[in-house]
Design a protein around this ligand. Structure first.
Ligand code: ATP
Length: 348
């Protein structure tokens, strides 16, 4: 897709598998919404083709295909009418008689916890209730493909969490094919089995949520999926079961087999770093001494930046696994990570 001389979307191929939940993650302007609109046949690509269940979409069948797709936007698009009328709109536009609309819609109003609001004006709804109304409208259509553009991002944290849980259950029970755009890594990981990471209009990586989050294929993807420790280095040699990478004046050990001399980036998620107050004299791979130079204590735990000499590492210490006495800035700790937790990006 081009806008003037700017290419907003350039994707070789993307296949959405029937019954799957696919998350599209990426920074602002990456092309996520554009991709969703192309899938919804709301935007024609300048070049390229869109297929729906094997049929190429074109002028003759676009409307018929669009009727098998439902889309939910970040801001609920509601008319100044009752919740029921708003939720019934899609079915009404598709010509369903009132009785059938009632039969199809009622279970969704109940399922989404808004049946008691049926007669209420959409103008008086909270953000969460309004988004539930849009979801009811979309789900009542029984679409074969549900597309959602940041559906939960405008909600307050409590409404968001509750709706996220409800929606997760609905996805599980219906098995509906879903593609959703999000900026939230946690949301992508929780709701989707596959994740596509977008950057500059490209699909930078597509794979299972585990592979994308734990094994990003580039530094850009690593950054987008929140890998905080990326150490550029060179493969120095093999030591028993481990490959040794010289990075930042230290040696990092990985279980990955790599060619000696290769330029690589060793990635370690902050969650995979262990911290302790016990010093250890034995030579253990990936064990360092680090001084806390930055400490950010959140609800779930502490985000700690450690100065390990030439190496700087970010670690997350979950509150429940917290050291008996909370860590303090300036304190020196033993820092350790497993060679299995060192993911390596080659030729970045
Ligand atoms: P965000 O996370 O901010 O919603 P996004 O990943 O959804 O971003 P898109 O909305 O798809 O990104 O936009 C991709 C690029 O295309 C951006 O640079 C945007 O400015 C540009 N763009 C989108 N729509 C138009 C338009 N109608 N005219 C011109 N440029 C557009």
């Amino acid at each position: 897709v081009r806008y003037g001389d700017k290419t907003a979307l350039k994707i070789r191929r993307l296949e959405v598998i029937s019954g799957e939940a696919l998350a599209l993650l990426g920074p602002n302007g990456a092309g996520k919404t554009t991709l969703l609109k192309v899938m919804a046949l709301l935007q024609l690509p300048n070049t390229g083709e869109v297929y729906f269940n094997g049929a190429k979409a074109g002028a003759s069948n676009a409307l018929a295909i669009r009727r098998r797709i439902a889309m939910v936007f970040q801001e609920p698009l509601l008319l100044n009418a009752s919740v029921y009328q708003n939720a019934a709109l899609g079915l009404k536009l598709r010509g369903f008689p009132s009785r059938e609309i009632e039969t199809r819609l009622r279970p969704w109003l109940e399922r989404l916890g808004i049946a008691h609001l049926s007669a209420r004006s959409s103008r008086s709804l909270s953000g969460g209730e309004a988004q539930r109304t849009s979801l009811a409208r979309a789900l009542a259509l029984e679409p074969e493909l549900l597309l959602l553009d940041e559906p939960f991002s405008a909600l307050d944290p409590t409404s968001r969490e509750v709706l996220l849980r409800d929606f997760q259950r609905i996805m599980k029970d219906t098995g509906i094919t879903t593609v959703f755009v999000t900026h939230d890594r946690e949301e992508a990981f929780t709701l989707a089995a596959r994740v596509g990471v977008m950057q500059n209009g490209h699909l930078a990586q597509l794979g299972s949520r585990e592979s994308v989050f734990m094994k990003p294929n580039s530094r850009t993807v690593a950054q987008i999926v929140g890998v905080e420790n990326c150490l550029p280095g060179v493969v120095e040699g093999i030591d028993g079961n481990f490959t040794v990478i010289a990075a930042h004046g230290v040696r990092a050990y990985t279980t990955r087999r790599l060619e000696v001399g290769a330029k690589v980036v060793a990635c370690i998620r902050a969650e995979d770093i262990y911290l302790s107050r016990e010093s250890c004299e034995a030579e253990i791979p990936n064990r360092f001494t680090g001084k806390i130079i930055e400490l950010l204590s959140g609800m779930a735990g502490h985000r700690i930046v450690l100065d390990c000499g030439l190496l700087r590492l970010v670690a997350l210490l979950a509150r429940k696994e917290s050291l008996d006495v909370a860590p303090t800035e300036g304190e020196t700790l033993t820092v350790r990570f497993s060679p299995a937790a060192v993911h390596v990006i080659e030729d970045d």
